[in-house]
Structures are given as C-alpha cells and as structure tokens.
Design a binder for this molecule. Sequence first.
Ligand SMILES: CC(C)(COP(=O)(O)OP(=O)(O)OC[C@H]1O[C@@H](n2cnc3c(N)ncnc32)[C@H](O)[C@@H]1OP(=O)(O)O)[C@@H](O)C(=O)NCCC(=O)NCCS
Length: 142
Amino acid sequence: MLEGEKINLKNASKDDVSLVMQWWTDPQYMGEYQDIMSLSKEELEKVMLENTIFFIIEKKNGTKIGHIGSWMLGRTMEIGFALVPNERRKGYGAEAIRLIVDYLFLTKDIVRIQVSTDTENVASQKALEKAGFSKEGTMRKA
Ligand SMILES: CC(C)(COP(=O)(O)OP(=O)(O)OC[C@H]1O[C@@H](n2cnc3c(N)ncnc32)[C@H](O)[C@@H]1OP(=O)(O)O)[C@@H](O)C(=O)NCCC(=O)NCCS
C-alpha cells in the first residue's frame, strides 16, 4: 500500500478484477479520449496481476475510485490511469500520479517515466503537469 494525503494506492488483487472489468468497459469511466477495453476476465486478470504494476486508487475510507498502472518499455516505464467521473477534479489524479512516480523511481532500475495523452485531453495533461511531468512533443497522426 502506498499512502498519500487524500488517497492510497492499494496493490490490485484478484478481488478487484470484476470491478476493473466493469470500469474498463464503461465509456464514462474510460473518458472521451480512451477506447473501452475488450479483454476477457482471464486476460484482464493477467494484465493486472502479472504483466503490469497495478494499483487501485482508494479514498482514506477505503472507497475504490480508480486505477493507476505502469508497464516497462526498456528502461522507461509508461503509466495509465483513470478515476470514476464523480471523483474527478478533487486533486486525486495528480496525487496518484505523484505516488506512483516516487514508487517507480525508488524501486525500479529505470531512467524515465512517460505518458501519452490525446492532444485534447487537458485533464490528463494538467494532472500530469501538476505531478511534475513536462510536455516533450506531439506525435503527429499517432
Ligand atoms: C485524467 C484524470 C485521471 C485527472 O484526474 P483528476 O483527479 O480529475 O485531476 P486533478 O483533480 O488532480 O487535477 C489536476 C489539475 O488538472 C486540472 N483539471 C482536471 N480536470 C480538468 C479538466 N477537465 N479541464 C481542465 N483542467 C482540469 C485541475 O484543475 C488541476 O489543476 P489545478 O490544481 O491547477 O487546478 C481524470 O480526468 C480522468 O479519469 N479522466 C478520464 C480517463 C483519462 O483520460 N485518463 C488519462 C489517459 S492518458
């Protein structure tokens, strides 16, 4: 468990797979800039428990409000995240990003953490900037 000020990041367990399945197939949760996922429950379980570092974002009272995860690309790690719509714009996203970045730099032999966002995904870009990221460029036609 990674403890923050307003939220904690809890390591995902098998018990969280159904909830994440519900979230990842919900267009409201994924937001207007990400596709919904079409994974089987078995594939999702593998993603969450074997292939990535995967945390559930929890409020201090234990309510599960989103996910944040990370995967390796050489000595770079990429991260991805989302929150349920009614818990957005309360500072939780930026805090979750800060927590996972500290965790990754302290525990992995990496030189870089990166995120790709849609050019119009202002919420994601602002949360990333607030957590210390800086924009490097635009991948045209990506
Ligand atoms: C991206 C996301 C996780 C951001 O989390 P959040 O908790 O809402 O963001 P925060 O409350 O930490 O806000 C961080 C900053 O971004 C700003 N911000 C957040 N949402 C915004 C929006 N829709 N428009 C403009 N600014 C926004 C906040 O005002 C804050 O800046 P400030 O402190 O200067 O006021 C959330 O919007 C989300 O779940 N989106 C859908 C999924 C998604 O797009 N994931 C990212 C894929 S790359």
